[in-house]
Design a protein around this ligand. Structure first.
Ligand code: SF4
Ligand code: SF4
Length: 330
C-alpha cells in the first residue's frame, strides 16, 4: 500500500504518525460528564471541508457568504495558494459556536469535530470507486476521553468503523470525497497543470465553499453563454446544496485539469478563440465569466489578483504551460 497523502491535514504537533484502518479497536468516551468537557472546543483548530460549510450555514440559517464572513478564517492549503477555511475562534481560542452547554450546532458539527480525537488521513486511490480510507489519531493533553475515570457503564471497545457510525461522519466523508480527490490530483499533477491563476483560485474557493455565490455564477447569462447545462440540472441544484457541490466538483475538474465534464457552446467558444483544446483556454473561459460578477468581497483587486487582459489571453492560447505560468505572474 502506498503512503497516504496527508498534505491536506491541518494538524501538526498532535498528529500521531500511525496509519489506522476501520478495524482498529478503540475505547473512548465523550459525554457531558467527562472531566474535560468542552476542552477541545476551547482550543479549536478546525479545518472545514466543503460539506461542513453546507451543514453549518443551513443550521445557522445563513448564506454561505454570511457564514464564511462571520465564522471562518482562511488558510493556505498548499504552496500554490489554494485557500481553505477554518472555524474562527475568539482571542482565547474558543470556538465561536461553543456555548456553556457544549456545541451549539451539535447535530451539524463539522467532520473534524465528529472524528476527534481521530481523523481521516486520506484515500488510497484518487480515481477508483473503491477508495480505501485510512485514519490517524490525535494525542492532546487536554482530551481525557480515553481515561477509565470518564468511561460510562455502557462504554466498550469498538472499532474505528463503528466509531465513525456513532459520530455520523460517513455522510460527511461521502460528500467531501471528490474534494479530497481534487486536492490530491492537483498535488500529484504538480507542474504539469501549472499554478492556477488568482482567478482560478477564486473560482475554486467559490465552487467548494461559497456555494450561494457559485449558484449565482452558474445562473448568470455569461456562464450560460459559454456552457451547456440542461434544465434538469439547474432545477436540481436550485434547492439542493449537495447537488450544487457535486456540480462544483465537476466544473473544477474541467477548470483545473481540462477534463471535458461540461459541454461548451461551440459558437461562443469560437468567438473567443479559434481553438480551445487545452486546460488554459477552458480555465480562462470560466475566469472571464467570473470577472463579470464583480462582487467586492472577491474582487480580484481585493484578493491581490488582476483580471486577465485580452492580450494576455491571446498569448496564453499559444503558450506552453511554463510560458503560461510566467504570464500569470505578470
Ligand atoms: S463546531 Fe462545535 S464541536 Fe466543533 S469546535 Fe466548535 S463548538 Fe466544538
Ligand atoms: S473527551 Fe476529548 S473530545 Fe470529548 S469533550 Fe473532552 S476533550 Fe473534547
Amino acid at each position: 500500500m502506498g503512503e497516504p497523502n496527508t498534505s491536506h491535514l491541518p494538524y501538526e504537533s498532535s498528529f500521531v504518525p500511525e496509519i489506522l484502518t476501520e478495524e482498529h479497536r478503540i475505547k473512548f468516551a465523550c459525554h457531558p460528564g467527562v472531566t474535560c468537557f468542552n476542552a477541545c472546543c476551547k482550543q479549536a483548530d478546525v479545518m472545514l471541508a466543503p460539506y461542513d460549510v453546507i451543514r453549518l450555514k443551513q443550521s445557522l440559517g445563513m448564506t454561505s457568504e454570511e457564514f464564511l464572513k462571520q465564522y471562518t478564517v482562511p488558510w493556505e492549503m498548499d504552496s500554490d495558494g489554494i485557500i481553505g477555511v477554518k472555524l474562527k475562534t475568539n482571542e482565547d481560542k474558543h470556538c465561536l459556536l461553543m456555548n456553556e452547554k457544549g456545541c451549539s450546532v451539535y447535530d451539524d458539527r463539522p467532520a473534524a469535530c465528529r472524528y476527534y480525537p481521530f481523523g481521516l488521513m486520506g484515500v488510497k486511490h484518487t480515481e477508483a470507486t473503491s477508495d480505501e480510507q485510512n485514519y490517524f489519531r490525535i494525542e492532546e493533553e487536554h482530551c481525557k476521553g480515553h481515561l477509565q475515570e470518564n468511561f460510562l457503564p455502557e462504554s466498550k471497545e469498538i472499532t474505528l468503523g463503528e466509531y465513525r457510525k456513532t459520530q455520523g461522519v460517513e455522510q460527511f466523508d461521502d460528500n467531501n470525497l471528490d474534494w479530497i480527490r481534487l486536492m490530491l490530483k492537483k498535488k500529484s499533477a504538480g507542474p504539469s497543470v501549472g499554478k492556477p491563476s488568482a482567478e482560478s483560485l477564486q473560482i475554486l474557493f467559490m465552487a467548494t465553499y461559497d456555494l450561494d455565490r457559485f449558484k449565482r455564477f452558474i445562473s448568470s447569462s455569461n456562464f450560460k453563454s459559454l456552457y451547456i447545462v440542461d434544465n434538469a440540472t439547474y432545477n436540481e441544484i436550485e434547492n439542493d446544496d449537495v447537488a450544487l457541490l457535486q456540480f462544483g466538483y465537476r466544473f473544477l475538474r474541467q477548470i483545473l485539469f481540462g477534463e471535458k465534464t461540461i459541454d461548451l457552446k461551440v459558437d461562443a467558444v469560437a468567438k473567443r478563440s479559434e481553438e480551445r483544446k487545452d486546460i488554459w483556454k477552458t480555465r480562462h473561459n470560466a475566469e472571464m465569466a467570473y470577472a463579470q460578477l464583480n462582487d467586492p468581497r472577491y474582487d480580484p483587486a481585493v484578493m491581490g489578483g488582476e483580471v486577465m487582459r485580452d492580450d494576455m489571453l491571446k498569448k496564453q492560447e499559444n503558450a506552453s504551460p511554463q510560458q503560461s505560468q510566467d504570464l500569470n505572474k505578470k
